[in-house]
Ligand binder design. Structure first.
Ligand code: FNR
Length: 193
């Protein structure tokens, strides 16, 4: 069957630039023959992590939802804002909660990281912080990350990137990731939901 990608933005904001980039990634994946499971960060909402809450095997519903969606897909793609040079607190909080399941859901899953920011660096520093917990948990984080600079001016009214060279680079990045995930499906070490 087709390769399945969980795609979501790590921003809760209505007019989020990262949600726009995540939606564009979804379109590009479908255009190239992949299946998209698009999620909203609000579906993964969790209380602030506190080990005292972990009584009788408690996991928040948002963490359970995140775990299920990771396992139901072959790979996940996050478009994340950069807050103060790092990932948003809600993203780390959700990862921490989801890391408490056994088996641990991130292990041996593929991930691609995207970011969008009005700045010239496109929120790229935040992605280096996001790699740390994911790689710690055994996720195969794709080496190429795509960071959209000047994101408030980058999209046309249809949600595509105005700059054709950048649009091609974005598509090439996604297709490279798709090919890796597809090839990896033939390895039995990749567990299935
Ligand atoms: C930001 N922003 C920001 N941008 C950036 O490129 N580097 C940074 O370190 C920060 N820091 C930061 C901290 C906080 C608390 C906020 C609220 C914002 C700006 C950020 O990139 C901008 O608000 C984006 O539009 C947020 O992403 P969404 O919500 O549009 O997807």
């Amino acid at each position: 069957g087709q390769v399945r990608f969980l795609v979501f933005s790590a921003s809760l904001r209505d007019n989020s630039l990262n949600t726009r980039l995540a939606k564009l990634a979804a379109l590009v994946i479908e255009k190239n023959g992949g299946t998209v499971d698009f999620a909203s960060m609000s579906e993964f909402d969790c209380p602030s992590f506190n080990q005292d809450l972990e009584v009788d095997g408690y996991h928040p519903e948002g963490a359970e939802a995140f775990r299920k969606r990771i396992l139901a897909n072959d790979a996940f793609i996050i478009s994340s804002p950069e807050y103060n040079g790092s990932m948003p607190g809600i993203m780390k909080n959700t990862i921490d909660w989801a890391s408490r399941f056994r088996p641990q859901p991130f292990h041996q899953h593929h991930a691609l990281l995207l970011s969008a920011s009005p700045s010239m660096a496109g929120g790229n520093r935040g992605l280096w912080s996001l790699r740390i917990p994911l790689e710690h948990l055994g996720t195969r984080v794709y080496p190429d990350m795509f960071s959209l600079a000047m994101a408030h001016e980058a999209f046309d009214e249809r949600g595509s990137l105005k700059d054709n060279i950048l649009a091609k680079r974005f598509e090439d990045n996604l297709v490279g990731f798709m090919n890796l995930v597809e090839a990896s499906r033939h390895y039995p070490c990749i567990k299935k939901a």
